[in-house]
Design a protein. Structure first.
Length: 572
């Protein structure tokens, strides 16, 4: 309430100035202006306080200036009405200079804020901690989990809502992916479905968790009553709680649930102070508010110093803003409209505010977004960004070595066209570098949001698509398909290879359009080894009894992709 009262009072500064000027020009000592000022103040103060309570404008210079101009204009019009004067007429010259002053001030303020806002765009761009690399490192299939789509997770949780006590009171809140006790899960709070449900219930019952890496996992309901939530009203609303504690910060997006190691939920909200006298964000000084939903206690931290259980102190909304500033204003506002040199446009295929949360091999969360050209009818990706969800640092993978790869929109369209009769669609496309090949990994969902397949799409070849039921199975099949494709003559040197040796037991050579594929078994080894003759030309001469040494990617489906092969008695 202190923040709301402070904001309301600050909104009346210009009104007080107007009132003093009206009284000073009251040469006839008429009591009407005094009564008009008093009545107007009481009515306007009440309505302004209610408006501030509803809207929760942060205490910033643009916000306060705008509110002052609105209050002063409405106040002056009300004084005219109560005193029955007519502006700009012979009987009301004493008000004319005040009216003209407000109008001129309003115009100057509007122009100033527009100009300053444009100039601040470059400052916001410069405030982003950013770096650029040419190519992403290869995907580690054991360390980099590929999460199921949030649409599928939400669908499964919705069907489990009946386990919630008084379930008719509640709806499912915002899904947030995070790491809880070393498992990557979606967390979704139970929220009130309406004002009357809040009025009757007063507190929610808890939250759901569901695995973000296992499509067969079932949701689990955790009972943990919360009095302060996103869907609560009046002073029990989380945004209002944060505003009351820190009214001089701008809140970014909707507060989200994060769960600590003991299973206790907390509401987390990203905050920032604007640059200069604008509302543009300073990306170098972001804060996060952590709210206890039981006591309403608010703790404020720099994002990098947030408690360890908070995986996303940087909200998806802020991450989306970072992408926009980074892509559009690389050479300033004017260039973003004319010329557009080096301008990159973030695609809108993300699962949360146009970004997709993923986890790296260290367990750190990042927001993924691919960038495309501002030129129309161009569907190739220029590169992609990963934004660290704890520090806000942006890394841009510019795709310099992968020119001509399709963007996320193109990857989704490939999936959409694959199953037109079933109306299955692509969701949550993420670009990985698999064995040196940029690859789109896409969830395939039915119209009800139920998971059907994974799709692995070679980003440089729209016809190279592999579907599978599990992430691991599809990855192995995709790698095998890459090995069988004669155009893939190289593999990344960073891929982990296993060394094997033995004696050939069985061998099969298959002729393809532009090369030969050799598959063989070793004595005492059931693994099916595959090598492309373009990688090992002498492999076509393999026969039973040959002793060999090899290096290969050993897959989980009983196959292996051979990268290097040495045959005893034969030299390259």
């Amino acid at each position: 309430m202190t923040g709301i009262l402070t904001t309301t009072i600050l909104s009346f500064i210009l009104y007080f100035v107007v009132s003093i000027l009206v009284l000073l020009k009251n040469k006839k000592k008429d009591s009407k202006p005094i009564r008009a000022i008093g009545i107007t103040f009481i009515i306007l103060f009440v309505f302004t306080a209610i408006g501030v309570y509803i809207v929760l404008p942060a205490i910033t210079i643009p916000n306060m200036a705008t509110l002052n101009l609105i209050v002063a204009f409405i106040g002056l019009v009300s004084i005219y009405a109560f005193t029955r004067t007519k502006p700009f007429s012979g009987e009301s010259k004493q008000y004319d200079i005040i009216t003209a002053g407000i109008i001129i001030t309003s115009l100057i303020a509007i122009i100033a804020f527009v100009v300053l806002g444009i100039n601040a765009l470059n400052d916001s761009y410069e405030s982003i901690a950013k770096s650029e690399v040419d190519e992403a490192k290869p995907l580690d299939k054991d360390a980099t989990p590929i999460v199921v789509s949030p649409e599928f997770a939400r669908n499964k949780v919705q069907k489990a809502m009946s386990v919630v006590p008084n379930t008719q009171f509640y709806d499912l809140g915002k899904l947030q992916v995070q790491k809880v006790n070393e498992e990557i899960v979606f967390v979704a709070p139970v929220e009130f479905s309406s004002f009357w449900r809040y009025f009757r219930g007063k507190e929610t019952e808890g939250y759901f968790t569901i695995s973000a890496t296992d499509v067969n996992a079932q949701p689990e309901f955790i009972e943990s009553k919360m009095s302060y939530t996103n869907s609560s009203y009046f002073n029990d609303n989380i945004n209002r709680v944060i505003y009351g504690a820190h009214p001089n910060y701008i809140q970014s997006g909707e507060a989200q649930i994060e769960v600590d190691e003991d299973g206790k939920p907390w509401y987390v909200q990203t905050l920032y102070k604007p640059i200069g006298i604008t509302n543009k964000p300073d990306m170098s000084d972001l804060k996060v508010a952590v709210v206890d939903p039981v006591t309403s206690d608010v703790s404020l931290y720099p994002v990098a110093e947030a408690p360890t259980f908070v995986d996303g102190p940087i909200s998806s909304e802020i991450a989306s803003d970072e992408n926009n500033y980074f892509g559009k204003y690389v050479h300033g506002w004017f260039n973003s409209l004319f010329g557009k040199k080096d301008v990159k446009i973030p695609n809108e295929s993300g699962t949360e505010s146009n970004v997709t949360p993923i986890f790296d091999e260290n367990g750190d969360m990042h927001y993924f977004t691919d960038m495309s050209s501002p030129k129309e009818n161009i569907d190739s990706a220029l590169g992609y960004t990963l934004i660290n969800a704890r520090t806000g640092e942006l890394v841009y993978y510019n795709g310099a070595k992968n020119n001509g790869i399709m963007d996320s929109k193109g990857a989704r369209e490939i999936v959409d066209k694959e199953f037109p009769e079933k109306n299955w669609t692509g969701s949550m496309p993420v670009l990985y570098n698999i064995d040196g090949n940029p690859t789109w990994v896409v969830n395939v969902l039915d119209p009800n949001g139920l998971f059907k397949h994974y799709a692995y799409i070679k980003a440089a070849d729209a016809d190279f698509v592999v579907f599978g039921d599990t992430a691991r199975q599809t990855l192995d099949a995709y790698r095998l398909a890459l090995a069988q494709d004669p155009s893939n003559v190289e593999s990344t040197g960073e891929t982990a290879l296993d060394k094997r040796d033995g004696v050939i037991d069985r061998v099969v050579v298959t002729t393809q359009d532009t090369g030969q594929l050799v598959q063989f078994l070793l004595i005492g080894d059931k693994t099916i080894y595959t090598v492309n003759s373009s990688k090992a030309p002498l492999s076509v001469f393999l026969q039973r009894g040959d002793r060999i040494e090899l290096e290969a990617n050993i897959l989980d489906n009983g196959t292996a992709i051979v990268e290097n092969l040495a045959i005893e008695g034969l030299a390259e």
